[in-house]
Design a protein. Structure first.
Length: 250
């Protein structure tokens, strides 16, 4: 299997949902989504370099390099049929900028860009600016948000690797935000955690400014990492199976 994907696209599914993970994470952030979303959607979690099976590769902090890599690995698949993007936190910025890039290039656009746990690009984001913190301060911040699994705390080597990956991802996130300019011509669906102290529901709802098409907003139970819960993939499965929703998105 291509190390870029955690699962192969299923040819029989009418829609592909390409998923981009949050900072410090990998494609395993979407474990279990394939069964929860439903068979009508092929879940394709993307694994950026510097983690999981791509641990030995250099992490990406440059936007143009990221877009070239996404073009190379995802571009041919995205031209084959309808697709949507889901991005969580950092991944939301990746999804937005890649959609912007594809639309500008005249390529097949997503039927919708789905963003979760990410405040709109024009708002000040304290998490994105934390890349310069020392390990102790960064660990405290991520722990306060629920972003550090307990098993990592007992594995210092793994913990150091996660912090280094998080720092690189936050640097990339800052660059993605600074280059954000164009409202998308495709719909945006935005999702917020009711208890998220960083990407608050009000801040996530501001994504409405970043589309000239339809906009939908939902608040879910949980904090910043509600991507790990069952509610989100089940909701996306329902929304993406709704002909009226997809017609409005298309």
């Amino acid at each position: 299997m291509n190390q870029y994907f955690a699962a192969r696209p299923r040819a029989e599914a009418p829609l592909r949902l390409v998923c981009f993970h949050h900072a410090g994470a990998g494609a395993m952030a979407f474990v279990g989504w394939a069964t929860r979303v439903g068979r009508h959607v092929s879940v394709v979690p993307v694994r950026l370099p510097g983690r999981e099976s791509r641990l030995g590769e250099a992490r990406i902090t440059d936007v143009e390099l990221l877009l070239r890599e996404l073009d190379e690995h995802l571009g041919p698949m995205l031209e084959q049929g309808p697709y949507a993007f889901y991005g969580h936190s950092l991944g939301a910025l990746v999804a937005y900028r890649f959609a912007e890039h594809r639309i500008r290039a005249g390529l097949r656009a997503p039927v919708a860009v789905l963003v979760g746990a990410c405040m709109a690009p024009h708002l000040s984001n304290p998490l994105i600016t934390s890349a310069g913190l020392g390990d102790t301060q960064l660990l405290d911040l991520l722990s306060s948000l629920g972003g550090v699994p307990d098993e990592l705390l007992a594995r210092p080597d793994w913990l150091r690797e996660m912090l280094a990956t998080s720092r690189a991802d936050l640097t990339l996130g800052r660059a993605l935000r600074e280059g954000a300019m164009t409202p998308l011509s495709c719909p945006i669906w935005a999702f917020a955690g009711a208890q998220d102290r960083v990407a608050t529901p009000a801040a996530v709802a501001e994504w409405e400014r970043w589309t000239t098409a339809a906009f939908q907003f939902r608040t879910l139970a949980g904090g910043h990492f509600f991507v790990r819960d069952c509610e989100l993939p089940e909701l996306l499965g329902e929304m993406l199976a709704d002909p009226a929703a997809l017609a409005a998105a298309g």
